[in-house]
Write a protein that binds this ligand. Sequence first.
Ligand code: C2E
Ligand code: CA
Ligand code: CA
Length: 723
Amino acid sequence: MKIMVVEDTEDSRILLEDVLRTNSYEVDSATNGIEALKKLKQSIPSLIISDILMPEMDGFEFCQQVKHDPQLRAIPFIFYSATYTDNSDKEFAMSLGASLFVIKPKDPIEFIEIIKGVLAENTSHPSIQPDPVKMDDAFKENYARILNKKLFSKIITLERQEEELKLASLVLDNSSEGMMVSDTKNNIIMINPAFTEITGYEFEEIRGKNPRVLSAGYHDLPFYQAMWHELLSAGKWHGEIWGKRKNGETYPKWLTINTICNKNGSIHRYVALFSDISDKKQSEELIWRQANFDSLTELPNRDMFRNILEREIKKSKRDKLSLALLLLDIDLFKEVNDTLGLDVGDALLKETAGRIGDCIREIDTVARMGGDEFSVIITGLCDTSHVDNIAHKIAESLSKPYQLGDEVVYVSASTGITLYPNDAEDMATLMKNADQAMYAAKQKGRNRFNYFTQSLQDAAQYRLRMTNDLRVALESNQLRINFQPIVHCKSGRIYKAEALIRWQHPLRGLICPIQFIPLAEETGLINKIGDWIFKESARWAKKFSSQFDSDFQVSVNLSPIQFRTENNIFVEEWLIFLQKLGLSGKNLVIEITEGLLLNAEPEVIDKLLQFRDAGIEVAIDDFGTGYSSLSYIKKFEIDYLKIDRSFTSNLETDKNDIALSEAIIVMAHKLGLKVIAEGVEYVGQQNRLRDSGCDYAQGYLYSKPIPPEEFEKLLQHNLANTG
Ligand code: C2E
Ligand code: CA
Ligand code: CA
């Protein structure tokens, strides 16, 4: 069965043809009334479906002519029009002899039902066509009026569409997103200004080309295959893709491609929208770098390091290989920072990072853990002796002088080493091990490396137990004070005593201070212990000075930790304590180390001045082991220098030490300081010191540190003999 379709708009016509054909109708079509009339002369269809507004001959005229032709007038005629203005349209159309007036667009299934209905009607009651309308003046007027009205409404619709188009193109022209339209063969047929801005291509240069020219070529075939698959199946694709500009520069872009289909569903156009995301990518990368890398050395930071270590442990497990974890701490870094400034400190860290990096292989890792701590992962080891070589190489490299601006600096590192799987198999334990081993290296006197061993582990546990015991010691009166006499070199008379602490441990017996003071310093317990020893010393000083000699002095050791900021009020509290006790400041001396002056922050200086104002004298302990910088000592108006035992013990043999201690004594005197020699064990030492002009001596030659009651007796005896 054949149906004639008369329609000037291509899309609508094709759509209608498709609908009809899929419903097994034959279709003959024309684009206007004249063409249709010509075709009707050749073959007669079962039905005519016609638009109204068409060029050359409109639908009304066409219908009228059909209905006037005796051979054609029996064909049922359906008007199918979008420009419906009012009911008079329909009335007029029907008056021409049409069977139906259908408004576009109609749902295809419904439309087919309507067509079927009209056809059935026509076969069952072949239409008794009304007489053709009379073409009188009234008819013509009506005809003209209705057509005009329809034209007018079509014009309005077209204007609206044009406006919409204008708007759309305005949006496109001003969009910051690049846009590109390509045809069915994927050849570019349109771009917008942003496209030119991003890619550098003008329309003339790119027209008709395949968008392939815009690709950086970084993506492989499977990538494009997946993209096309999705584009064709889902009608769109979006994702990140690398593009290439006209000048050859590549850049990341966020691309969205949409397909535009014909009414029959076949692809008509591809519309691609894209934006240049180089900036966004750069800031993303920056954020990632900031989160994972140390900005100074550009090494992985602690977080990143943990990720790498975790991964390397897994790899070693899989490959059944060993791995070494090294933890390095730069010795005396704080001193460099404090004396030469943060800039030099930073430069030192940077250089150190580079030097360590040069000692390891590509596959190994070096990271900055923070501060002056670095760590190294050495992977893929079948023979762990290799670790020794690397550790040596690093130590050697770091020991070379650093030229930092105008300064030449020497440093060393203390390194802890632990091995996977020998020492531990999990990250947390490995890190703890490396830390303990490094700590032990520092304890052994810096510039060395130290392997983690079970005994280190034991030592760490011992430390932990001792710390707990020490807390108890304070409350349960296990601490003792001992005194060691300080003797005037010329007269042999005891003028002073150093208070030295002891710990009477309930199980371990008497414990020496070097075994627990460092622990107390690490845990902060030193503050309470220091408070106890100061007050205890003051009580005894009160007793000795009132019983034997009003100028008698007790010397108390203070740890640098006690001078820290968070520990602000201790001096005030002590001075009040002295007042209540009725003890003059001149009966006390405090012993501090040189390091304290070297890093002296305002708080430290404040506290030292408070002691000074209260008449308490200050001694520098262990002089000669640290910086031995007399300039600091002058600046802080120190009263005594205590020459370290390491000098005194060599006084009889080592010519250098003799010269040095003599020089120290002369200079100290020039600066108005008195000198106390520590660790005097032999008469020979005593004589040499006395001849060099040393003021006081302290050591086993006179007495070991002894309990107060014993000391009292010693003092009594000494005073009686020296008058
Ligand atoms: P230090 O202040 O240098 O104390 C002198 C140390 O040398 C004492 O060790 C003393 O017993 C020892 N000594 C004295 N004469 C001789 C000698 O002729 N030969 C030898 N071989 N040694 C001698 P001690 O009592 O074991 O104290 C060790 C360190 O512990 C002290 O060194 C001091 O730094 C610290 N210390 C002791 N008591 C206290 C305290 O109450 N507070 C603080 N913060 N530290 C303390
Ligand atoms: Ca001391
Ligand atoms: Ca000392």
